[in-house]
Ligand binder design. Sequence first.
Ligand code: BGC
Length: 765
Amino acid sequence: MRLLSTLALAASLVCTPALAGPAPAAAGDKNAFIADLIGKMTLEEKIGQLRLISIGQDMPQPQLIKEIAAGRVGGTFNSVTRADNRPLQDAAAQQSRLKIPIFFAYDVVHGHRTVFPISLGLASSWDMAVVEQAARISGKEASADGLDATFAPMVDISRDPRWGRTSEGFGEDPHLVSQCARASVRGFQGASPANPDSVMAFVKHFALYGAVEGGRDYNTVDMSPQRMYQDYLPPYRAGLDAGAGGVMIALNSVNGVPATSNKWLLRDLLRKEWGFKGVTVSDHGAIDELLRHGVADNGRQAARLAIEAGVDMSMADSRYLEQLPDLVKSGEVPVRLIDEAVREVLGAKYDMGLFQDPYRRIGTAAQDPADVNAESRLHRAEARTAARKSLVLLENRNQTLPLKKGGTVAVIGPLADAPIDIMGSWSAAGKATQSVTLLQGMRDALAGRGQVRYARGANMTDDERVVGYLNFLNWDNPEVVQDKRSPGEMIAEAVETARQADTIVVAVGESRGMSHEASSRTTLSLPGSQQTLLRALRTTGKPLVVVLMNGRPLTINWERDNADALLEAWYPGTEGGHAIADVLFGDENPSGKLPISFPRSLGQIPTYYNHLRIGRPFTPGKPPNYTSQYFEEESGPLYPFGYGLSYTTFSLSDVALSGQTLPRNGQITASVTVKNTGTREGETVVQLYIQDVTASVVRPVKELKDFRKVMLKPGESRVVSFPIGEDKLRFYNGKLEYVAEPGDFNVQVGLDSASVRQQRFTLQP
Ligand code: BGC
């Protein structure tokens, strides 16, 4: 441990609370410590604590060190080594007047040095141990690089796949996303965010960012309170209930008021109603953006609106620093508001353990890793397991898969050997040179037993405008590199390669930049170059295995009809190529299920499964006229929420209920028998949905309430039981009361959301 300041020593004598919210026994100590510290601070030092600096963007390092030493910085983000962070912490903990440590944050969303599958992929595992472990390892790796906090998990519900950030979240369903939120927070923070191998989780983006109008990033959100409370807010709440120490505020407005200046959101809901005790940060430059939202005339007003609303830290803008001193001196902003914000910032640092030891994650120079990218620092085995579990088998005609390990496989496509793309967006400190691409994974799997032939076959897109957009931020090191050959030449080579092979494995989809912040799309099909490639490969008549890499549902009707096998791989991360090969060759039996519905066409959006009931529903098998549907196209999603195949088959019995009536405060049990009716061991997810038959307000057709992932040997069957109490029946009524209304409920159990078995019971008055 480094030289301790008096403050740090004082803090080290008190015990560190176990979770972000102060544990009752320690709360007094923490509060007293912070109150004492605030009492010693000048106004400028207080305002300094509210400033969150983006490393490399806001100012050069020598200036930053001076700012920190002057007490004008509370924390930084975007530096990812101990060596980079140490001089900054020296300036804070040794040179600043009060020696208050700063904290270091980063966007560790789905891995750090080891890249795990994107969140949409992790959610596809429906395995919370997998989700938690990915976050636990991310926390360990990030903290080992001197980081104290992560701007994750991102738990925005997304029901519009045009939105590029769909890839960052866990899908469309409140229950599944909430489960993932809890598991992620548990993983990042471990037993306590104070532990040296933990990072504090900042749940984001509060709130409703996933509902931007038209799926266009940064657009407005206008939503009824019922929908908010019922569907969009629960995941944030779940992350906070799991103990997340921080919240990042969304960039969008909510019903006409930007989240960054939204008192109702940040004070009434977050603090008063939910009792959140941690720190809030604005998103990048969001206080400045209040001017462009048109709710502030100038920076002064923006700073005032944000502090009044309850934004504790301002990220990457200088409005607080410039404006708050005078706003306080003039009496426009009471110093009480500044003190409240400072209390949360210091409280977060306290909970991170930084007052005990500012260097608890930075260590000494002698302890620095010789090579931050050393292989020994990676967690490949865990990443491979997570990636295997994240893959969703969409089609498998004539048991095309699993493939035999032998013969010749043609590995084709712009994503077959794409080490950057396979990591997905927000891949933190991951290094593309350490990614195992699909090509590499296939070569490793077939080593000594079969041949692999490779052809790229197509560029990601032939649209130079799109290429320009995707490379905009990376001109020096462009991510989308075009093959200079003509599309015809590339396809001819691919077809020739395919002709010489027994099987074609073709990897198509989106470059990772297409599924990213600011990457909204107006089409969801594969780019034209890739569609032409697939059609050409189909003409060879060879078995066609299509592997999709993408960060959102795509419209893949042709692919569904023409591929012999179709595997959704999302962006599976560092070990993605091995994991896909494990599934293609049957070393792993796929068990992923979609956490989001796939539409048939763009015009069909939204296609989320848990939509509200209507007066003229389309009913399969009945004449469609005057029912709610699009007449040119089949109704319902292309692939429903919860769908995914296995190499074995499962059957599900009827639902048995332990009783027909549920007394208030009582419980009944819904049981089904699930059987492995195939010839190999495999896992499936038994999903419990509930439908409120009649209620005081219109309720969804069904809502996921519980699920179990079960592994079964061939021929094995198991009874899966779901307890049902009032908690699973509650909803927000017209007065926003969270109630379970008496009456009938349908219990629906299925292996996806579309085909379910149903039984009815009654909740007593
Ligand atoms: C994103 C956040 C991210 C922040 C810091 C913003 O542009 O919206 O999700 O945490 O940048 O990198």
